[in-house]
Unconditional design. Structure first.
Lengths: 432, 142
């Protein structure tokens, strides 16, 4: 089943021509109308005329997340604010979040990408999709919502939380598919088990579209074996628009709609382009975006691009499951956390000594972040209650800087590991 | 003189993990620190070892030099007679005087038994307890 078979199954040659044409006109337009991009291109001495083939795109400089932060809120937008019809804001632990604006057309393409994705896994007008991603500033809820409406599915905008009620509605409304984070789905599974609901016996739920946080094939296997529900991987970031691209029924990589995006992999260290199938860092150019153009954006997710035609018939390139990050960003309960920010926050707290460790665990479905800190001996007290309030003080200071609840464990100086070379202060014990 | 009844306790931070107390105890042994009385307070992740030792000033320096978090804390030793009511009498005085006892622990030596208490105003507590006729331990007694 295709939403738009003409474009989705376009022969490779035609797709490349289309992508080249789109990049060419995107770059020319940005160079003439957007000071930020013109300056970026001038700084590496590249003019639009230097792009003479699709592979010439590698001459263009990368865009980074830091640039979005530096240009917060709207300095990088390419359209006047009057053309913006929606904003989304990505959560992060930096002082400045990433703000993304959308024109009417941007929303239309985002919705269309999801309409194609949902169709590719067989979700259509006969389905009821429970959208259990958060609605609001986060892109997940509203993105899936409009995509599902476009294919004519009945949408249940459940958002997150009230899990027992979600299960009740799932039964009453004969929900056939759900979209949420893998950890929330595991929580739903746990609650269902507790109250005696068997998905296959008691509900019509058969498909789950899971993403927005790292997960693995191992987790997919566990989810499918214990719930009987077929799980599909979805990919996107707020900079692209939101969750956009999914696997098809073949589940052999996530299809990146070729008319909307040009996806590359590069060597994380050298930035040199990699061949199809080689593992590296994803770099994406969005070919249709208006408000917030992305040209060679380094997403920092590690994957590989497969450029052969999929067994489903779609010609768009596919990406392998994300295997990690090329920077040290952690995703904790859906919030992007950089260890360097935790370190910065800790160093603002005089009660904290110089060594720390970040330990991530998963309790059931919830990520738990513990920051172990060596205490500054000056603040040691012989009273337990003083020490506990010292710990609470450090926790609330961290919360202030990181906007994320953190558990602190106090350690004696010398207790935490010292590092000779590159410090590895993160222990990620979550089984993904 | 309240000073002679104010006793120096060493308070030591201990991580609540297997082997940590043993490591601290070994350091004390190697530093030749003799503990007369001690108490271990614990929370989920850390503990505080409180000890009355021989020559607290010298022991403090030795322990500190080993990189262990240690602090000197003033405590008071109440002499416990081998009869019901000794602790009540002392606690009652503190209560009436509005002196809060943070924590306490017992000590039984060859010559005397005592209950060490930690209060916020040790000098005032000593004066009040003495005025009430309660016997207090002197630093030289233990």
């Amino acid at each position: 089943m295709f939403w738009n078979s003409e474009i989705e199954c376009l022969p490779k040659e035609g797709l490349r021509k289309l992508q080249y044409g789109s990049i060419k006109s995107l770059i020319s337009k940005l160079y003439s109308s957007n000071a930020f991009y013109r300056h970026k291109m001038d700084s590496v001495n590249v003019k639009p005329d230097d792009i003479r083939s699709l592979s010439d795109i590698s001459k263009l400089p990368f865009m980074t997340k830091q640039e979005f932060r530096d240009n917060y809120p709207t300095k990088m937008f390419s359209v006047p604010n009057t053309d913006i019809v929606r904003y989304h804001v990505s959560s992060g632990t930096t002082g400045k979040p990433t703000l993304v604006g959308y024109t009417r057309k941007d929303l239309d393409y985002w919705t269309d990408a999801l309409a194609r994705s949902l169709t590719s896994i067989g979700i259509g007008e006969d389905d009821t999709l429970q959208v259990s991603y958060g609605y609001g500033l986060f892109t997940g809820g509203l993105g899936l919502h409009y995509g599902a409406e476009r294919v004519g599915a009945s949408v249940l905008p459940a958002s997150t939380g009230s899990t027992e009620r979600q299960l009740e509605l799932m039964q009453d409304l004969e929900v056939t598919a759900i979209a949420c984070t893998p950890s929330y789905f595991i929580h739903i599974m746990d609650v269902a088990k507790e109250i005696g609901i068997d998905f296959l016996r008691d509900t019509k739920l058969r498909k789950a579209i899971l993403g927005a946080e790292p997960w693995s094939e191992g987790m997919r296997k566990r989810i499918e074996e214990s719930s009987g529900i077929r799980a599909y991987d979805i990919y996107g970031t707020s900079e692209l628009a939101g969750p956009m691209f999914t696997e098809c029924e073949e589940r052999n990589g996530i299809h990146i709609c070729g008319d909307m995006a040009y996806i590359e992999t590069v060597d994380p260290d050298s930035g040199e382009p990699l061949e199809s199938g080689e593992k590296g860092e994803l770099v994406i150019t969005m070919l249709k975006k208006e408000a917030f153009p992305l040209v060679r954006y380094r997403i920092r997710d590690l994957s590989a691009v497969y450029d052969d035609v999929c067994a489903c018939g779609r010609s768009s390139p596919r990406i392998a499951r994300i295997s990690g990050r090329s920077d040290d960003m952690l995703i904790v309960r859906g919030i992007n956390v950089f260890p360097s920010q935790i370190e910065y926050a800790l160093m603002q707290v005089p009660q904290v000594g110089n060594q720390y460790m970040i330990v991530l665990t998963r309790d059931g479905a919830l990520d738990n972040m513990v920051v172990q800190v060596e205490i500054n001996p000056e603040y040691f007290s012989d009273k337990v209650k003083d020490m506990i309030s010292l710990r609470s003080h450090i926790e609330s200071e961290l919360k202030k800087y990181l906007n994320l609840a953190v558990h602190v464990e106090l350690k004696a100086p010398g207790e935490l590991p010292r590092f000779d070379g590159k410090a590895s202060r993160v222990k990620d014990k979550r089984s993904l | 003189m309240p000073e002679e009844n104010v006793i120096i306790q060493l308070s030591i931070f201990v991580n609540n993990e297997p082997g940590r107390l043993a490591a601290i105890a070994r350091t004390l042994k190697e530093s030749n620190v003799n503990m007369k009385a001690f108490n271990l307070a614990e929370s989920a992740e850390f503990g505080i070892l409180r000890a009355i030792v021989d020559d607290p000033e010298e022991s403090f320096e030795k322990i500190r030099q080993k990189g262990i978090i240690v602090k000197k804390t003033q405590v008071i030793g109440i002499v416990i007679n081998d009869a019901p009511g000794s602790l009540f009498d002392a606690a009652d005085v503190c209560g009436r005087e509005g002196i809060n006892i943070e924590y306490g622990y017992a000590y039984a030596g060859k010559n005397l038994s005592a209950f060490f208490i930690r209060v916020d105003e040790p000098h005032r507590a000593v004066t009040a307890l003495k005025e009430a006729g309660i016997a207090l331990v002197k630093g030289t007694d233990i």
